[in-house]
Design a protein around this ligand. Structure first.
Ligand code: BGC
Length: 520
């Protein structure tokens, strides 16, 4: 707490005001549509790869193995790299796309990245729905990945810039909200298409990705560019007008003044990614933009998102009960995200991270313990129905904890801590590391389960212990701090101050000069 106060500072940075108006709410909702395409992808592949007709058509050897291999221990039943590659390959192309999108976002604006992302994603969805061979499937997946990469890089930046400081948390969490809605929509679609007798249900599942793609493509045509981005591209008068419009007031001088300074500083910076990687004063941003997404993924959340139906089935629930259980976790994933919208700007990011972390540890240990008790190391055994239901309850508790902590905060904090000159590069790093470890978990979870058995759940729990401690000691509270004044928060932090302290000297190199402000 003392650390917290020290970080946020009783004499914290200034507040610019700015209320939520209809224009800004609509804008943020439209921008957050981009989260739908990511969520839909996260949620759709698990169900599709469990459809027999899909496996028979594209992965016949996997299908034969699955049907023939009834005697394997439960930990290793679904261990197939070929199949998991279908799920995870998308995140590899997304990783590359994030890095390229960073330049487009910075030089040509956040809107163009969103528009390009939506269009490429649309093409991917169409190719996937029409796929007649594995090559078409893979090309489609790669295009989807490019779309996801562009949107995941640009949308969190866009949302953080357009929102007034007071509401930045809530508005940015709109992105996570759309991700969870996308996942739930995908679960529902799979639940329905798996039952289509022709066996072509998977085409509908994959093709319906075109719907969120159209929403963000068309939506992005109507979105305003952010004042930060307009300024970055040199049109001060237009940027000020836009700021007045989105704040719903002519009295924006203080905020605009800071934007201009930040933008002038940003202009002096070339090769921002390189600076992020090499300059000492950007060490806090580098650490958070790499560790937060890494930690977010090693919670094991995507084990549930990708493999929940398989996992529940493996634990002894029937096919339909397994799909239903996945729908239940998907539903609570959406509901719990509302909690973070409410809490993030009132009680702060740290409280969410810390509570969520503790709850995740408890749930993981209970689930791991129950699996160990019933299946041991041999992988043979059975959970009673009551025990299986209890597992579903604790998995849901885990998903809810993630949904109000590391899920939304994992996208919010890295964007809001970067100064303008680094924002695009910082978010590319955040989204890129996120995609990399989404790929790793997607690709290797099933074989890790085969080797580590129930111990895998304890391994995830151990990661959550480390990351919760990391947040406790190293993350300053960023609630209510105007985004252009974030440097102040680091200058007051017990650990980061030694990196940020020479910021004035660094201004010669380009960081925004500090306005001397009378702080409340
Ligand atoms: C994560 C995804 C995850 C989703 C679950 C997002 O914040 O980046 O990997 O599947 O939350 O809701």
């Amino acid at each position: 707490m003392a650390r917290d106060e020290e970080a946020a500072g009783r004499r914290g940075p200034p507040s610019y005001g700015g209320e939520v108006n209809a224009f800004i709410v609509t804008t943020c909702i439209v921008a957050a549509f981009g989260g739908l395409i990511f969520g839909y992808d996260l949620g759709i592949s698990g169900g599709v790869t469990s459809m027999d007709s899909f496996l028979m058509k594209f992965f016949p050897s996997v299908y034969r193995k699955e049907v023939a291999d009834q005697k394997q221990n439960m930990y290793c039943k679904f261990d197939s790299h070929l199949l998991t590659l279908f799920t995870s390959s998308l995140y590899l192309s997304a990783l590359v796309a994030c890095m390229c999108a960073s330049t487009i976002t910075r030089k040509y604006g956040r809107k163009l990245s969103m528009l390009s992302g939506g269009l490429v994603f649309l093409a991917g969805a169409i190719i996937n729905a029409a796929a007649v061979n594995v090559a078409m499937l893979i090309v489609g997946r790669l295009l989807l990945g490019i779309g996801v990469g562009f949107c995941n890089q640009s949308i969190p930046v866009y949302l953080s810039e357009i929102a007034p400081a007071k509401w930045r948390g809530a508005m940015n969490i709109g992105f996570q909200m759309m991700i969870t809605i996308g996942i739930l929509a995908a679960n529902l679609v799979n639940y329905w298409t798996a039952k289509i007798p022709s066996g072509n249900g998977w085409r509908i599942s994959l093709g319906l990705a075109a719907v969120p793609a159209l929403m963000i493509t068309v939506g992005s045509l109507f979105l305003p560019d952010t004042p930060n981005s307009i300024l970055e591209r040199g049109d001060a008068a237009k940027a000020k007008q836009m700021l007045q419009k989105i704040r719903g007031s002519d009295d924006v001088d203080a905020e605009f003044e800071d934007l201009v300074r930040a933008s002038a500083a940003a202009k002096k910076i070339d090769r921002p990614m390189r600076r992020l990687l090499t300059e000492r004063r950007y060490r806090p941003q580098l650490v958070f933009c790499t560790l937060i997404p890494f930690f977010q993924q090693v919670t094991g959340i995507n084990v549930v998102m990708f493999y929940a139906p398989v996992l529940f089935k493996t634990l002894g629930l029937g096919q339909s009960a397994s799909l239903m259980s996945s729908l239940i976790t998907g539903f609570f994933n959406v509901i719990a995200t509302f909690v973070s919208i409410y809490v993030a700007d009132r009680f702060g990011r740290r409280s969410l991270f810390l509570e969520g972390g503790i709850q995740m540890i408890i749930c993981q240990v209970v689930v791991g313990g129950m699996i160990a008790g019933s299946f041991g190391t041999s992988g043979t055994g059975q959970l009673s129905t009551a025990a299986a239901v209890l597992v579903v309850v604790f998995v849901t508790g885990f998903v809810m904890a993630f949904a109000w902590s590391w899920g939304p905060m994992g996208w919010l904090v890295p964007t809001e801590i970067c100064p303008l000159e680094l924002r695009s590069a910082g978010q590319a790093m955040n989204a890129g590391v996120n995609m990399l470890f989404t790929f790793v978990i997607g690709q290797f979870f099933l074989s890790l389960l085969c080797h580590l058995k129930f111990g895998l759940f304890f391994l995830f729990a151990a990661f959550v212990v480390v990351m919760t401690a990391f947040i406790y000691f190293f993350l300053p509270e960023t609630r209510n701090v105007p985004i252009e004044d974030m440097g102040e928060v680091f200058r007051r932090h017990w650990f980061w101050r030694k990196y940020a302290v020479d910021d004035d000297d660094n201004n010669k190199g380009g960081s925004a000069p500090r306005r001397s402000v009378e702080l409340k």
